[in-house]
Ligand binder design. Structure first.
Ligand SMILES: C[S@@+](CC[C@H](N)C(=O)[O-])C[C@H]1O[C@@H](n2cnc3c(N)ncnc32)[C@H](O)[C@@H]1O
Length: 215
């Protein structure tokens, strides 16, 4: 087993549904991060395909100048998802309680998870589901920075370095068969960490791990 039970614990073990019951119409990373992510989506996603934005909110960061056949959203708060103009439809589900996605096999061209993977207590189960719903050749793009709701991130994420988190996400994929070798994009912050903590713009490091479903 990739993660031991103590790796999956959270400081706040109350139900995630309660934590997300009120909408948060904020962005969780700075403009530089978001621009970089949107550019990555522009390069990696294909127009007129089917996208699942897993662990979404009122924003999906998809390029406004790209048309998709369908963008399905998933999240924890209906009000946030209802306000997201990029979603064609959406559902709410606590993936730490129920990892089974209510979606058909081999039906999506790409799955995105933006700044949220640290909240998954059973990432292997979720990636197995993502594998099931992706078409052969379909892509997964997981992006993250160093910000988080600390009390809701799993212990192994909280206690890791930024490089350690990249390795962890790679291992999540490598623990399952059928995904390609992960590709990593990484830019550490150019701003010293004490200035990052003060919220200086442009300081959020950018990490993305990208894989394809190969078989
Ligand atoms: C920091 S927000 C990021 C939202 C969005 N992807 C973005 O880029 O703004 C974290 C998101 O993780 C998702 N999330 C957190 N805990 C979850 C859980 N137990 N089950 C499913 N999704 C969860 C929710 O959709 C929540 O909005």
């Amino acid at each position: 087993m990739l993660l031991r039970p103590e790796h999956r614990t959270k400081l706040d073990e109350t139900n995630d549904t309660d934590f997300y019951s009120l909408p948060r119409f904020v962005t969780h990373v700075d403009e530089g991060f978001i621009d970089r992510l949107t550019q990555l989506y522009r390069e990696e996603l294909t127009p007129n395909t089917r996208i699942l934005d897993l662990m979404s909110s009122w924003v999906s960061h998809l390029p406004d100048d790209m048309e998709f056949d369908h963008v399905e959203g998933h999240g924890m708060n209906y009000e946030e998802l209802a306000k997201n103009p990029q979603l064609d439809s959406y559902f709410v589900q606590n993936l730490n309680k129920n990892p089974q996605l209510p979606l058909k096999d081999n039906d999506f061209d790409a799955v995105t998870i933006a700044v949220s993977v640290q909240y998954l207590q059973y990432p292997e189960a979720i990636l197995a589901e993502i594998y099931r719903i992706l078409k052969p050749g379909g892509k997964v793009i997981i992006s993250f920075s160093n910000r988080m709701f600390y009390q809701k991130a799993i212990a192994i994420w909280r206690d890791n370095s930024e490089n350690g988190r990249v390795e962890l996400v790679k291992k999540y994929f490598q623990s399952l068969s059928g995904f390609s070798t992960p590709r990593v994009l990484a830019s550490q912050s150019s701003v010293p960490s004490f200035l990052q903590m003060l919220g200086l713009a442009g300081g959020d490091p950018f990490y993305a791990v990208i894989v394809e479903k190969i078989i």
